[in-house]
Design a protein around this ligand. Structure first.
Ligand SMILES: Nc1ncnc2c1ncn2[C@@H]1O[C@H](COP(=O)(O)OP(=O)(O)OP(=O)(O)O)[C@@H](O)[C@H]1O
Ligand SMILES: [Mn+2]
Length: 421
């Protein structure tokens, strides 16, 4: 053997050792991984595979959607009204259990117009919750909650799923999504452009006025900004309007009746270095089935589907009205259109239970109809379009993921996963 051959052999052996060693290390790393974590990964792979092989029915339009669409479009068409207080009386009588408004009612189109048009007569800080919000009175009468715009529609919120401040239009989108999916458990919400000087400062009490700043702008104008009173409110973080002090916001109808707040079993830890039990235990639902009524579990699974579509990963608590879940606080949605946090669906894939009516309804709006219909329903909102096209594609993509997860559950549980409760 000459010297050159020896060098080549030694080099080859070294490369081989490095490759094998690297692989061994890689395999060791795989095995050392938390088994629960890898089972979440395994689920992701199953879902990915299922999505590639979805039945055409999930991808195409379902002819049944026409009937629903026409009725909904008629129901949400703006209608003129004579007496706002009559409509508020009607709407305050609507709620029954967690149903906040009826399926079809000729007063809905009128009620939406009162919220869009009635003058704002009185404004206060509302320090409930942790985010900036105001309590407004319309026509000296009806109270509504106001959440202001913080971001433009096309902002991308990076970081954890619960990051950033409220996305105001998500509250309006949630209202229409609830209407379409027949989760009529959200408050009634409209978008509205309000004036920080004439609608808010001038109508506010001194406590509210003390949480606003007035600074000289160009051409002897004044700029009004608001920081409000709440857990996360501070003078450094204000919302301001345009050069005329106009700002977008949403008016949220207050749900009459008692609400009870409960901790979500799928609550996050809100600490990046600490995981919640449900995140590592694919059998987590088993422990809940004994503790929680089936109807509550089914409500929470509907909530998971709703939240997954809009990417609300911040439902640390849920609220109930007459023992049924209501969908309050939907502002932390549409943070990143390119990202789908599958774990929002944990209640669905861990329990593999679903209300039969929800499953029926989801299938009616396949093939792009869901976002198209919400788009048409919200055309008369002052904040239309509520979300960017990227976010709409995100909603449609997530609907397919939901179909895939249900297919996965059907493989596991069969038809008995669907419940009539
Ligand atoms: N439409 C509504 N009808 C009745 N009560 C409401 C409505 N919206 C909010 N509330 C009440 O006000 C509280 C705070 O509202 P919300 O959850 O929207 O605020 P938040 O600042 O986002 O709170 P958190 O920081 O806890 O998430 C709710 O827990 C609920 O009790
Ligand atoms: Mn919130």
């Amino acid at each position: 053997m000459n010297k050159r051959t020896v060098i080549i052999i030694v080099a080859l052996v070294t490369i081989l050792c490095l490759a094998v060693g690297g692989n061994l290390y890689f395999m060791y790393y795989l095995n050392a991984q938390d088994p629960a974590l890898s089972s979440t990964r395994a689920l992701e792979n199953v879902i990915r595979h299922k999505i590639r092989h979805l039945k055409p029915a999930y991808l195409n339009r379902n002819p049944r959607f026409f009937m629903y669409r026409n009725k909904l479009l008629k129901n949400y068409r703006p209608a003129s009204y004579e007496n706002a207080s009559v409509l508020w009386d009607i709407a305050n009588w609507w709620p029954h259990e967690n149903e906040i408004y009826p399926l079809y009612d000729s007063s809905m189109g009128q009620l939406l117009q009162t919220l869009r048009n009635e003058p704002i007569t009185k404004v206060n800080n509302l320090s409930r919750g942790t985010q900036l919000k105001l309590l407004m009175r319309l026509s000296n009468q009806q109270k509504v909650i106001f959440k202001p715009q913080w971001y433009p529609r096309d902002i991308v919120i990076d970081g954890p799923v619960y990051g950033g401040k409220d996305r105001h239009t998500a509250e309006v989108y949630a209202f229409y999504l609830g209407a379409v999916l027949d989760f009529r458990w959200t408050p009634i919400v409209v978008g509205r452009v309000v004036n920080l000087k004439t609608d808010i400062y001038d109508r506010g009490d001194s406590e509210l006025q003390n949480t606003m700043t007035i600074t000289p702008g160009e051409n002897e104008t004044e700029q009004y900004c608001l920081f409000g009173k709440c857990h996360y409110c501070n003078e450094e973080e204000t919302v301001c309007g345009d050069e005329n002090n106009n700002i977008e916001g949403v008016l949220i109808y207050i749900i009459p009746g008692q609400l009870a707040k409960r901790r979500s079993p799928w609550q996050r830890t809100y600490k990046e270095d600490k995981r919640a039990p449900w995140e590592d235990d694919m059998n987590y639902c088993k422990s809940l089935k004994g503790k929680m009524e089936n109807i509550r579990l089914l409500d929470l699974i509907d909530v998971a589907i709703f939240d997954y579509l809009i990417q609300n990963g911040d439902r640390h608590h849920y609220e109930t009205r007459e023992e049924r879940v209501v969908l309050i606080d939907n502002g932390k949605a549409f943070g990143n259109p390119n990202k789908d946090h599958l774990d929002i669906l944990a209640p669905l894939y861990q329990c593999c239970l679903l209300r039969a009516s929800t499953w029926e309804r989801l299938q009616v709006f396949s093939g792009g109809v869901l976002t198209e219909l919400i788009d048409r329903l919200s055309k008369n909102d002052a904040l239309y379009p509520l979300i960017t096209d990227k976010h709409k594609r995100g909603v449609e993509r997530r609907l397919l993921v939901i179909f895939a997860v249900v297919e996965y559950c059907m493989d596991r549980e069969g038809e008995k996963m669907f419940k009539n409760l």
